[in-house]
Design a protein around this ligand. Sequence first.
Ligand code: FAD
Length: 280
Amino acid sequence: MRALTFLAHRFVAGDAIDEAIASVRELNAEGLKVTLDNLGEDSHDKAHALAAADENLLMLRRIAESGVDANISLKLSQLGMGFDDALAKESLLRIVAEAEKLKNFVRIDMEGSKFTQKTLDIFYALHDAHPGVGIVLQAMLRRTEQDCRDAVARKVRVRLCKGAYKEDASVAFPDKKDVDASYDRCSAILAKAPIPAMATHDDARIDAALASFDAAGLVKSDYELQMLFGIRGKRARELRSMGHTVRIYVPYGTHWFPYFYRRLRERKENLLFIVRNLFE
Ligand SMILES: Cc1cc2nc3c(=O)[nH]c(=O)nc-3n(C[C@H](O)[C@H](O)[C@H](O)COP(=O)(O)OP(=O)(O)OC[C@H]3O[C@@H](n4cnc5c(N)ncnc54)[C@H](O)[C@@H]3O)c2cc1C
């Protein structure tokens, strides 16, 4: 368990908001922007869902008070989507309204494919009246190219990632090379969307996106490159020193296991590290 907690802290900025704000300050001092995430998903009762909404409101206020350069990311299932969609919607509206008041921005993370349509429905119901909210799309899903086209037509701010959830081949590309090709097609489409955010640690995907953005006439302030806290930090800093806007996704909180598990699954070296520590 000690090895687990130790490795989890490579990916998670701490248990509470103050530790997370301290990490944001350090990253900001190096020219890196941040999106803060209070870990948690799949709330199954109203009390948990409302507590998660309150924590997101607190995050927005603490960001404003401390003057750090950060926006927030959240998961709708943490706000109750799945067991009470109306509650999730209501909480999201409160959070987005607070972000607008504080001139900040809310990104809705994308979860497993059983939630994709519902997440997009809740997002689009709010988006036209509240442009301070953006969405995430996952290149691994077969539907995503069309979702990118819709996002361009509706002037939506999209973060493009490969997708971290285990999916069936009926909805997602099973082969990595097809996911990568989808990522490149989607980034080219998103060149026409406002502030496309390329969330990947994969150099070939970053290079392809930069080539598409350049061909579309975008300059460095028109898009973001995004990476996860604790992964390829050196590369993030190199990209920043080349003049790109780089934003780091910084999660904090005590409900770190599902997030941590997804990071382990992505990379066998992380699993080997755990196994080694368990036997020491
Ligand atoms: C800012 C940000 C936000 C995200 N938001 C979402 C979201 O809302 N929904 C969602 O489903 N997914 C999200 N993801 C996760 C994403 O979908 C991928 O699971 C993850 O980024 C790994 O894919 P990759 O694009 O980095 O490419 P990969 O091909 O998986 O990795 C490329 C290289 O990056 C490094 N790397 C990748 N993962 C790890 C790791 N865990 N540990 C160590 N090194 C690693 C390795 O060097 C690897 O060779 C997000 C990712 C980022 C960066």
